[in-house]
Design a protein around this ligand. Structure first.
Ligand code: PGA
Length: 255
């Protein structure tokens, strides 16, 4: 199976942006412009407080709605956190795990990622594990080592049957929100490294079902070229996902 047999997955990560009215306008526009979802999967990862409203608008359409983060316990004294059950209950069906902003700004350790992945899968929430190196790590030639460490930690508690649900986003930290896109060569090499890791870890047939997305300053004018790379199955879009004018052309990239 080549990447072109995996359904392209285009996802927006709104981060901590948009007022409620803007968020609802945006989701209505995306829903209105979306096809039947047969040739590509589209989802948005929205601030938790908007999940219920956004999921209600998206209901009945192929648009996926997810959280940007979850905690791995089911309930308890975890001030400020959101459980998988809670996000399921308000209509979300997926979550990001280990976005670099969680890792670097909020100090989330590698060990949490396996538990978050497990918790999401146990509660019917489809997880996307985010991995990526910092600029210092890249300069020190440690990109592959960092990716392998993050993958090993994040996928540790997955069973073979879980893999077809999970996806991975490669997001070089230095390319996130900076306007600096990784070169096609850098993206290709990182994705090849991730595919190689998966092939070594699990049965080839299962490994081939996992989609690997690229994220980091994706824009309408670079989306198609990145998607044309053989190991790239999708895009995780931050800044450009906040406006229909920039997100829709990415969703509609020519394959
Ligand atoms: P960006 O963010 O597209 O604004 O670089 C990507 C992400 O953090 O998911």
């Amino acid at each position: 199976m080549t990447s072109k047999h995996r359904k392209p997955y285009i996802a927006g990560n709104w981060k901590m942006n948009l007022g409620r009215a803007q968020a609802l306008d945006l989701i209505k526009t995306i829903k209105g412009r979306l096809g039947d979802g047969s040739d590509r999967e589209v989802a948005v990862f929205v601030p938790s407080v908007y999940l219920a409203d956004v999921a209600a608008v998206a209901q009945g359409s192929p648009l996926g709605v997810g959280a940007q983060n979850i905690y791995y316990e089911t309930e308890g004294a975890y001030t400020g956190e959101t459980s998988c059950q809670m996000i399921r209950e308000v209509g979300a069906d997926r979550t990001l795990v280990g976005h670099s902003e969680r890792r670097h700004l909020f100090g989330e350790p590698d060990e949490w990622m396996a538990r978050k992945m497990r918790c999401a899968l146990d509660h019917g929430v489809v997880p996307m594990l985010c991995v990526g190196e910092t600029l210092d790590e890249r300069k020190a030639n440690r990109t592959e080592r960092v990716l392998k460490r993050q993958l090993e930690a994040g996928l540790m508690l997955l069973k073979p049957d879980d893999y077809h649900l999970a996806s991975i986003a490669y997001e070089p930290v230095w390319a996130i929100g900076t306007g600096e896109v990784a070169t096609l060569e850098q993206i290709g090499a990182a994705h090849a490294c991730i595919r190689k890791f998966l092939a070594a870890k699990i049965e080839a047939e299962i490994a081939q079902t996992v989609r690997v997305l690229y994220g980091g300053s994706v824009k309408p004018d670079n989306a198609a070229a990145i998607m044309a790379l053989p190991d790239v199955d999708g895009l995780l879009v931050g800044g450009a996902s906040l406006k229909p004018d920039t997100f829709i052309p990415i969703v509609e990239f020519d394959s």
